[in-house]
Write a protein that binds this ligand. Structure first.
Ligand SMILES: [Zn+2]
Ligand SMILES: [Zn+2]
Length: 275
């Protein structure tokens, strides 16, 4: 089964978009899969990376990647999931052996959602970085209100191509330009979600303006964070085209350029993914 995008309904070729981060295994989206795939085709969204948040639900994520050639999977345990089985390096490495698992994560630190002694988050993050190094599959990093510790642990664990380690992506980026630059210097990509389209996101728009196209990815983080003009609704991978259009406008370039660069970046970073 191919994954040929349908351009006819758009009237012109805007390029092909890839949603580098979504959670379409969540029940509110999984139940609407035919509709979701139709919207992707309509908006020329050719591929989507289905991101794992915990081990009990990983089979659901993998099943999507196995069912559809243009879906890929990651394996990991999200830092916001406190009461869930703790992964070991060996477990993650074994699960990442599957040919459609193209990344480790999402992992990272979130000091915004959870408070108290979060040493377990930092230990879990280290486990993922070690699994990424062992498999050579890139990291999907979530960081919120914790950028200093995130960058420190990445450096301590040898993440980053600058040290001969693994590359990855800072997903749903909302941090400062300094954090973006430090991440890019380690060989990490910066991924923008629908947040960049929000009127209130002036600081983030300024960051997006500075991040070069060749170090940028786009994502939805569905079902959350639907971009304008769908803000407040359930998000889905087809809407990633609106993130690309917004970034094109912001940078004063064509949406085709954004599409071509971010899609090429996707396959360069997630090199286990076959187009
Ligand atoms: Zn996240
Ligand atoms: Zn996510």
């Amino acid at each position: 089964m191919g994954s040929v995008p349908i351009f006819g309904r758009l009237g012109y070729n805007r390029g092909m978009f890839i949603d580098s981060h979504c959670h379409i295994d969540f029940p509110e989206l999984a139940a609407r899969m035919p509709e979701i795939r139709a919207k992707m085709a309509e908006n020329a969204v050719t591929h989507a990376l289905c991101v794992s948040v915990d081990l009990p639900d990983f089979p659901r994520v993998l099943a999507l990647a196995e069912a559809y050639p243009n879906f890929y999977a990651s394996v990991g345990v999200h830092p916001d999931y406190e009461d869930t089985p703790e992964p070991t390096v060996d477990q993650l490495v074994a699960l990442a052996e599957h040919s459609k698992v193209v990344a480790i994560g999402e992992t990272g630190l979130d000091y915004y959602r959870l408070e108290g002694d979060l040493e377990w988050q930092r230990e879990r993050f280290r486990t993922h970085i070690r699994a990424s190094r062992a498999t050579g599959k890139p990291l999907i990093i979530h960081t919120r209100a914790a950028s200093e510790d995130t960058l420190r642990i990445m450096a301590e664990e040898g993440a980053g191509t600058d040290k001969g380690g693994v590359a990855g992506v800072m997903h749903c980026f909302t941090e400062s330009l300094e954090v973006a630059r430090a991440s890019m210097a380690m060989g990490f990509y910066i991924s923008f979600s629908g947040i960049v389209t929000f009127k209130s996101a002036k600081d983030l728009q300024a960051v997006a303006l500075e991040v070069p196209l060749d170090q940028m990815l786009i994502e939805t983080d569905s079902p959350y964070l639907a971009p304008v003009p769908y803000r407040g609704r359930v998000n889905e991978p087809g809407y990633v085209a609106h993130v690309a259009e917004y970034i094109a406008q912001l940078k004063g370039i064509s949406v085709e350029e954004v599409a071509a660069a971010t899609s090429a970046n996707f396959f360069r970073l997630f090199s286990a993914a076959r187009a």
